[in-house]
Design a protein. Structure first.
Length: 292
């Protein structure tokens, strides 16, 4: 059972509307925010100012774009999953491959993030939807290792602070949050279902400082907070139909949304949204490798 709804004020915090904003990341290096627009192949960065996200640098990568992850040092830029491999994007906009293509032909990389040990985890999806995609981790030397196969739409993932538990969303066909035990070398074991997600498609996910999971639910106009036991703790209704992902910027829950596919999008569809919550989160973990 979820708790009775709390009084929440959901605010639009971007003047720009995006086609499919995804993968918000709170950057520990400068306190800013990074996110992508999947539909336009672009990486965006901005800063928080007077309750809004003020756009900064943006870069059209030019292909199908997935999740970004920061490097550890200021000025070292970002890793970005693009098409079937991973690129390094410098702060001044230079783009260089980190890996070759490791996803299968016809597949493309989607959501991801770093674990507490500095590995970049990213999964793939394809059209038409079928369970033949995967999940990989990228070590500090740039080597990709496949961790899962049989994936349909790889979406949100989050690690507990120790890095020994991975929470993971393969959106289809079961619409569920799953958990795995993670060995020191990154091997996954003990796969189990945490919670089924009804009424929409579970998408991006973040973990708060209490270890609870915030999940954006596409087509439900909601973000939900789940316990690792699977209990639904809270549901926040949104003015946008298609929330895609979430990030906790301290106690500010930032929500990316999409306008793609909506016949009559509202002013909130495609915007960045935010709501204050009681339990905060930490900045996005960084990839442990060095800029090339």
């Amino acid at each position: 059972m979820s708790r009775p709804p709390l009084s929440r004020s959901v605010e639009i915090i971007s003047e720009t509307r995006y086609v499919q904003a995804e993968s918000p990341r709170w950057d520990a290096r400068d306190g800013g925010l990074a996110w992508i627009d999947m539909a336009t192949g672009s990486l965006h960065r901005g800063r928080f100012e007077d309750g809004m996200v003020v756009p900064g640098a943006s870069l059209v990568v030019g292909r199908q774009i997935g999740a970004p992850v920061p490097l550890a040092q200021p000025g070292d830029g970002w890793l970005v999953a693009v098409d079937r491999g991973v690129l390094h994007v410098s702060d001044d906009g230079l783009v260089a491959p980190l890996t070759g293509d490791f996803a299968a032909p016809g597949h493309y990389l989607n959501d991801g993030g770093a674990d507490p040990h500095g590995r970049f985890w990213v999964g793939s999806q394809s059209m038409p939807r079928a369970p033949h995609c995967g999940l990989w981790s990228i070590d500090a030397d740039g080597t990709p290792t496949q961790r899962l196969d049989g994936v349909t739409v790889s979406n949100g993932l989050a690690f507990d602070p120790s890095g020994t538990t991975l929470y993971y969303i393969d959106t289809l066909p079961h619409r569920s949050i799953e958990a795995f035990d993670v060995a020191p070398d990154g091997e996954l074991a003990n796969r189990r279902t945490v919670a089924r997600v009804d009424g929409g498609n579970p998408d991006g996910m973040a973990i708060d400082l209490e270890g609870m999971l915030w999940v954006a639910v596409w087509d439900a106009a909601e973000v939900r907070r789940y316990a690792p036991t699977g209990a639904l703790l809270e549901t926040i209704g949104l003015p946008a139909t298609r929330p895609t992902a979430v990030a906790l910027v301290d106690r500010l829950l930032v929500i990316t949304t999409a306008s793609v596919g909506l016949a009559e999008p509202s002013e909130a569809d495609g915007a960045l949204l935010a709501v204050e919550v009681e339990v905060g989160g930490a900045p996005a973990p960084a990839w442990a490798g060095a800029a090339r």
